[in-house]
Design a protein around this ligand. Structure first.
Ligand SMILES: [Zn+2]
Length: 262
């Protein structure tokens, strides 16, 4: 196999949520504001999105989409320019240029823009689509039936319970990281300057990774702990930067669009 690199990666600027910190990690208090990013990755064989954030309609009117109670609990802060469609256009791409969407999982804050890319091939982890349609009661509010009905018609590849090399060249490895949901996926992106591992919701906060604290709504806490330990091991032994995609300090530390990593 000839190893290659992804050409460029942009962290797309995104709306944020302000939620009670204890909903992210046991033992915390107060409120915390977290990003909900998507990542656009340019590769010679395609234009790849990792997650699509919240629905653009939630930026316009979160109460209309989620109802008053949930909108209040989420505390969405956003600007119209943070709509996913506008951000992709601002980088000079059309929505139809996107060829692959890697869906870390199907919670609303990661899959709300999936409907924008009917031409793309979508990837989810083993068991994710079925769980999204029949979730455990504890976290069922995180799945949006109307959004699922639209995206279910698209072309999906279910990643079996193993890691998958997207283009067969080592540049983008889809990592199977179950626990938060049955089919949670992370994505390792190998660029010429550095390698990132984008976590999705395999972990939410840096402190949770350090202390091995599962997320309170994880569907399988034993798998979550194994996933946390796998992430820690990758961070320790590989030349890979683990980007915890909801972590506000990670978001502040790394570059966002229009800046990119090459
Ligand atoms: Zn989630």
């Amino acid at each position: 196999m000839t190893l290659a690199f992804a050409r460029r990666m942009w962290a797309l600027d995104c709306p944020s949520l302000t939620v009670e910190a204890v909903t992210l990690m046991y033992g915390l208090s107060g409120m915390v504001t977290i990003p909900m990013p998507s990542f656009l990755i340019e590769h010679p064989k395609g234009l790849v999105l990792f997650d699509t954030g919240i629905a653009p309609a939630a930026i316009d009117d979160p109460v209309a989409l989620y109802g008053q109670e949930m909108a209040d609990a989420l505390g969405i802060t956003s600007t119209p320019d943070q709509r996913l469609d506008r951000q992709i256009a601002a980088l000079g791409y059309k929505l139809t240029d996107v060829t692959h969407v890697i869906s870390s999982h199907l919670h609303f804050d990661h899959s709300g823009g999936h409907h924008l890319f009917p031409q793309a091939t979508f990837y989810c982890g083993q068991g994710e689509m079925r769980f999204a349609h029949f979730p455990d009661p504890l976290g069922d509010f995180c799945f949006m039936p109307d959004e699922l009905a639209v995206m279910s018609k698209f072309t999906w590849r279910e990643v079996p319970g193993v890691d998958v090399d997207l283009f067969g060249d080592g540049s983008m490895i889809i990592l199977f990281m179950p626990g938060h949901t049955p089919g949670e996926l992370s994505l390792k992106v190998r660029l010429s300057s550095r390698t990132f591992l984008l976590t999705g919701d395999a972990v939410h906060l840096r402190a949770a990774l350090d202390q091995e604290f599962q997320f309170p709504l994880d569907c399988d806490t034993k798998s979550s702990l194994q996933t946390l330990r796998r992430l820690k091991r990758i961070a320790e032994v590989e030349d890979t930067t683990v980007w915890i995609t909801h972590d506000p300090d990670d978001w502040a530390e790394y570059k966002h669009a229009p800046a990119c990593y090459e």
